[in-house]
Design a protein. Structure first.
Length: 108
């Protein structure tokens, strides 16, 4: 069953639990609010992908090695248990997803 939530600090723990990792606050802040880091293992790459959640900016960054996906304007999060998290912009057709297996993709 898919659950859709607003992209706020309150959703960070739910995203982390679905992806099977811990969320930690980065040592820096923006607009006096936390930025959260999730290290999601990717077995194929034999490394973690880094997911940075910036709820106060409506932004999600995914770092895979030297490559980054920066997705702005995020207003909602869809949680698909045991599968993936989908980050969506209001009124836009695109999305960013991060899977339980540490895969990421973006459609703009």
């Amino acid at each position: 069953m898919t659950v859709t939530l607003a992209f706020t600090d309150a959703v960070v723990d739910a995203v982390a639990v679905l992806l099977g990792v811990a969320a930690t606050a980065e040592p820096y802040r923006v607009h006096d609010t936390s930025v959260y880091r999730l290290n999601v293992p990717n077995a194929s790459l034999r490394t973690d992908i880094v997911v940075l959640l910036w709820p106060s900016l409506g932004r999600v960054d995914v770092r895979i090695g030297d490559c980054s996906i920066v997705y702005r304007g995020v207003t909602s999060v869809e949680l698909l248990p045991d599968v993936e998290v989908i980050f969506r912009r209001q009124g836009a057709a695109g999305y960013l997803f991060v899977s339980v297996g540490g895969r990421a993709s973006v459609v703009v």
